[in-house]
Design a protein. Structure first.
Length: 156
């Protein structure tokens, strides 16, 4: 299964989600490929935010190898599942991929944890380290829900 995590700049939320889900999938031997992208090109080519890296390392997950890239409409044909970290990101994904195919499921990331609530993962970029801890906690629990839901299905 191929999964894409998408946020705004691809340096805070989606790299954490990529790292956590890939780590959990690897531990379970699932053979999943998890990647991330941003709807904006502010940070293309940059590594994840230093606090995203720090929080993940504190949990044994190294995301320093990741590099930000921009989401493209063609991504909908490359991934089985595409998760938006926030409502505005989901809107931009749909706008960008309107003329592309729709192989993958596109939805809000936190809907896997709290279905139907349409909640966004808060953007920690302008806050302090506590915000990154909060994001990691939300991401960690949601990734457990994703593993639980899709592990038996193998490839969607």
């Amino acid at each position: 299964m191929r999964i894409l995590m998408v946020c705004l700049g691809n340096i805070c939320r989606s790299p954490i989600a990529e790292g956590v889900l890939q780590h959990k999938a690897d531990l379970k031997g699932l053979g999943w490929v998890v990647e991330s992208a941003g709807t904006e090109s502010y940070h293309v080519g940059e590594p994840p935010h230093r606090l995203s890296q720090k929080i993940c390392l504190e949990h044994g997950i190294d995301i320093s190898h990741q590099r930000a890239r921009k989401f493209t409409g063609a991504d909908v044909d490359r991934y089985d599942l595409i998760y938006a970290m926030a409502g505005d990101v989901l809107h931009e994904i749909h706008r960008t991929s309107a003329s592309a195919g729709s192989r993958g499921h596109i939805g809000l990331f936190l809907d896997e944890l709290n279905p139907g609530l349409n909640e966004s993962v808060p953007d920690p970029y302008y806050g302090g380290e506590d915000g990154y801890h909060h994001v990691f906690d939300l991401v960690n629990r949601t990734c457990d829900a994703i593993i639980s839901r899709y592990a038996q299905q193998g490839s969607k």
